[in-house]
Design a protein around this ligand. Structure first.
Ligand SMILES: O=C(O)c1ccc(O)c(O)c1
Ligand SMILES: [Mg+2]
Length: 633
């Protein structure tokens, strides 16, 4: 994190991570946190209790690793109880103070009472907090009081602060946890009421926006900043407005990260703080301006060429030195790999191996990728070929960075006949296809969150919609990452656990480089490139005349369409005839069709009428069912 503090926006001064965020033993967690560059950790009590290391050994290990032990947590159910019970609680508390001494930790997190407080009066709780603080003072310990969102009586930070303020002890302050505050839609502008030095600790977590009880949401679905839907940027700005300069710590309870490789998770965690620090300072990346290309590798490349030609793409020929082929239609460019890929053949799949995004300044984006520690994508190039910088997305897709250009990119001239309009565009797609509309990337479940942060932190894409799509093999969570203007849209589809063919949770080495097993994993799921057309029905008609096999759409779908929209009979018949699907909303209309899959990649042609911004509500489950059906034939 940047160490500059003034002038300019406030910057994160110190990073920390709760051990509960990471998989492994306490020692593995500590090593991972240190390796990723964290300044300190929060010791999560159950991790210590389960550890064979003595408190002194933990203290020594932290010192050896250069980590500070910033917080011991949690202490539960202290306040708001009858006197007799409180005295017992104080004894329990004192034992923890003694333990903290051995660990060398001087800050304790105290959660608001969720269970044992059965009747409540603020003055009683205030007095008890004061007595706890006085006991802590004897040990040189400070207490940070945190309102849990499901606290029985205290469940907002405002209430916690009010009690702390009344208790009025120098070693008693509050802990602000973004999850507890934002899950209840708390108003962070109230942070200004709290002096910065009474904020003793800050815990950050993001989460997907869900409608469920807060306890389950908190314990299973938190994720790192930038991976979810909370407004953490405003949270940080309001926090800094208090004058807070202490650690910003991550506290993520996640079913996913509890089972993924801890060093990789710790790196992702650190990246999330880098993103947050930049974003709150107003330092956001330039958006991509459009698609340069999509590259597909197939077990059977000739099938790909056939489908693209049937869609009306012009065959631009082979690359002059590589085993790849270019097809284009309007500004849609698809590169296919002409060599059968052994690992793909093995998986029976094909894969969207890379995409090219046009960005205003490829060098700046590449440098930003390096600062965020995303691994580079490497391709061998000859000296006279255009070199595109590239970066690997968490799912192994290589993302190449091309300069923004309204014309055909320069590299197009490396394909086909030297004298065939080098650099110029050959009119493919019968003039009906305009460009790439979106590229849908299947995300193995353990990398979905990382994928979201990748596109957000590097390209400034925002999550547009998140919904669950039913497939015959499980629910597919889908989230569209897009630029504000829609020039680049990347739906990420989370592959259900049930579809993961028994692979280990992490096939990427710690260094972050993709191996073939990762490509195989990706190749097991359908992914697609969607092209934007002026007239989807006409593209379908011509493609079918050239022999294209569409993905068949069941008759029930059209009966449902008729019931929903009251479409003109003739129009409906036309859609049905060409297996074209339809949707309509306040913005406009959407017509689209799918090709059959080649291996596991397929193409979609979409037509957006008016201001339609979606992807065809209701069509994805029909598509997944049709693909499943075809797979089994
Ligand atoms: O889920 C919990 O109990 C719990 C414990 C400690 C915390 O800091 C927290 O945010 C939640
Ligand atoms: Mg917390």
């Amino acid at each position: 994190m940047s160490q500059t503090s003034s002038p300019g926006p406030a910057r994160m001064q110190k990073t920390s991570i709760a051990t509960v965020c990471l998989a492994g033993t306490l020692e593995e967690k500590m090593r991972a946190a240190a390796e990723a560059g964290f300044d300190g950790i929060e010791v999560f009590e159950p991790d210590l209790v389960a550890s064979p290391l003595s408190p002194e050994q933990v203290r020594d290990l932290a010192e050896e690793l250069g980590l500070t032990l910033d917080l011991y947590q949690p202490f539960r159910d202290l306040e708001g109880v009858p006197e007799e019970q409180f005295q017992q609680n104080l004894r329990r508390l004192e034992a923890k103070f003694q333990l903290m001494r051995r660990l060398g930790v001087d800050l304790l997190l105290l959660c608001s009472n969720v269970g044992t407080a059965t009747s409540w009066e603020d003055p009683v709780a205030v007095e008890q907090l004061r007595r706890a603080a006085d006991l802590a003072a004897g040990y040189g310990i400070r207490i940070a009081y945190e309102a849990l969102a499901w606290g029985r009586f205290v469940n907002t930070y405002e209430h916690a602060w009010s009690l702390v303020q009344q208790a009025d002890r120098p070693n008693l302050g509050v802990c602000l946890d973004s999850f507890h505050i934002l899950s209840r839609r708390g108003d962070v502008s109230g942070f200004r009421e709290i002096p910065g030095d009474k904020v003793f600790f800050v815990q950050m977590a993001d989460a997907p926006i869900m409608l469920m009880d807060v306890l389950s949401w908190s314990r299973h679905h938190r994720n790192f900043p930038g991976e979810g839907g909370f407004d953490l940027v405003t949270f940080m700005r309001e926090l800094y407005a208090t004058g807070y300069t202490g650690p910003v710590s991550l506290e993520v309870f996640s079913d996913v990260y509890r089972q993924t490789e801890s060093v990789r998770t710790a790196r992702e965690a650190m990246r999330s703080l880098q993103w947050l620090d930049d974003a709150q300072a107003g330092d956001t990346p330039a958006h991509p301006t459009g698609w340069d290309f999509a590259e597909v590798r197939a077990a059977e490349p000739s099938d790909l060429s056939e489908v693209l030609t049937q869609l009306g793409f012009a065959d631009r020929g082979r690359h002059r030195t590589k085993d790849v082929h270019l097809f284009s239609a309007g500004a849609a460019r698809v590169v296919t790999n002409d060599r059968t890929e052994a690992p793909l053949e093995h998986a029976g799949g094909s894969v969207i191996a890379s995409v090219g995004l046009q960005v205003p300044d490829p060098r700046a984006t590449a440098e930003h990728a390096r600062a965020l520690h995303f691994p580079k994508a490497w391709r061998a190039n000859r000296a006279d070929e255009m070199v595109l910088r590239g970066v690997q997305a968490p799912d192994g897709t290589e993302v190449f960075l091309a300069p923004t250009s309204a014309d055909a990119p320069q590299w197009v001239g490396e394909y086909g006949e030297r004298d065939a309009a080098p650099g110029g565009d050959v009119p493919g797609g019968d003039g009906l296809i305009l460009g790439i509309d979106h590229v849908n990337l299947a995300q193995p479940w353990q990398w979905f969150e990382e994928g979201v942060l990748f596109y957000r932190s590097l390209f400034g894409l925002a999550a547009q919609v998140s919904n669950d799509v039913a497939s015959p093999q499980g629910l597919v969570r889908s989230e569209v990452m897009r630029t504000p203007d829609g020039a680049v849209r990347i739906p990420l589809n989370l592959i259900p656990h049930g579809l993961d063919p028994g692979r280990s949770s992490d096939t990427r080495s710690v260094s972050g480089h993709v191996d073939h097993s990762e490509l195989r994993l990706k190749a097991a799921y359908p992914q697609h490139v969607a092209f934007l057309a002026t007239d989807a029905v006409e593209v379908a008609r011509r493609a079918r005349a050239r022999g294209l096999r569409m993905l068949p759409v069941p008759s029930n779908y059209y009966e449902d369409l008729a019931a929903r929209f009251g479409l003109d009979e003739g129009f409906l018949a036309e859609l049905r005839e060409h297996d074209v699907m339809y949707d309509r909303d306040e913005g406009g209309e959407f017509l689209h069709f799918y090709t059959r899959t080649v291996g596991t990649v397929f193409f979609e042609v979409v037509e957006r009428r008016g201001g339609y911004e979606g992807y065809g509500a209701g069509s994805a489950p029909v598509r997944l069912a049709a693909q499943y059906d075809l797979d089994r034939q």
